[in-house]
Design a protein around this ligand. Structure first.
Ligand SMILES: Cc1cc2nc3c(=O)[nH]c(=O)nc-3n(C[C@H](O)[C@H](O)[C@H](O)COP(=O)(O)O)c2cc1C
Length: 191
């Protein structure tokens, strides 16, 4: 049995370890979480994004995107986000409920842009805007600097972490919820 099987503190430590590893390990399922937002009409939409940063002390997940993307319209209306990761090999699902902050043309965006690779930066120079209907697939952009105006960092601060681990000896579900005063309530839930 892993240490987290019967210990809530170990569950949280393991969840944080997995997110931290996801930033660096391209093969980790935590590298590509599903990010769900709600549209102005309340309709949910979900998409895969790359985990760019994880700060356990701040309970923060960092993502990069194009400010022209549909998800930014959703976030302007409803800044709440659901993050979902499924690790098939570990039979593990982790979900976060988070508040999103969008960084465009500020110190956070500049630092993230500077740390990126040229090929990644070029994506943000695509024209017209992502999601626009076009008669044929557009050529890949090559300008590595013009895209900064379109570059956005999403900083997601989560206040709930839901853990579900399926095991033949007994499934485990745990919920961690942080109050506004940062106090943590941790509990096992019926899986
Ligand atoms: C493996 C993978 C990684 C992706 N990473 C990102 C990402 O880091 N940021 C992003 O904005 N879109 C990323 N996408 C594209 C999104 O899934 C989505 O199609 C796009 O952002 C448009 O979403 P929207 O119209 O809901 O804004 C990725 C797609 C895949 C398949």
């Amino acid at each position: 049995m892993p240490a987290h099987a019967n210990d809530l503190a170990e569950v949280l430590a393991e969840a944080f370890r997995l997110f931290s590893r996801g930033v660096a390990d391209r093969r980790s399922p935590f590298r590509t979480p599903t990010i769900a937002t709600a549209g102005p009409d309340g309709a949910p939409s979900a998409r895969t994004m790359v985990l760019r940063g994880f700060d356990p002390a701040a309970r923060r997940v960092m993502l990069h995107t194009d400010r022209r993307a549909g998800k930014l319209v959703n976030l302007a209306h409803t800044p709440r986000v659901s993050v979902h990761v499924y690790d098939a090999r570990a039979a593990l699902q982790v979900r976060l409920s988070a508040l999103a902050q969008v960084h465009v043309d500020d110190a956070v965006a500049r630092a993230a842009w500077g740390a990126g690779v040229p090929a990644g930066r070029a994506c943000y120079a695509i024209s017209p805007a992502p999601g626009t209907e076009v008669p044929a697939p557009p050529p890949a952009p090559s300008d590595t600097e013009a895209g900064f105006a379109n570059f956005a960092v999403l900083a997601l601060t989560f206040d709930v972490l839901d853990w579900l681990w399926l095991d033949h000896a007994g499934h485990r579900r745990a919920r961690f919820a942080w109050a506004a005063d940062r106090s943590l309530r941790a509990a096992w839930l019926v899986p």
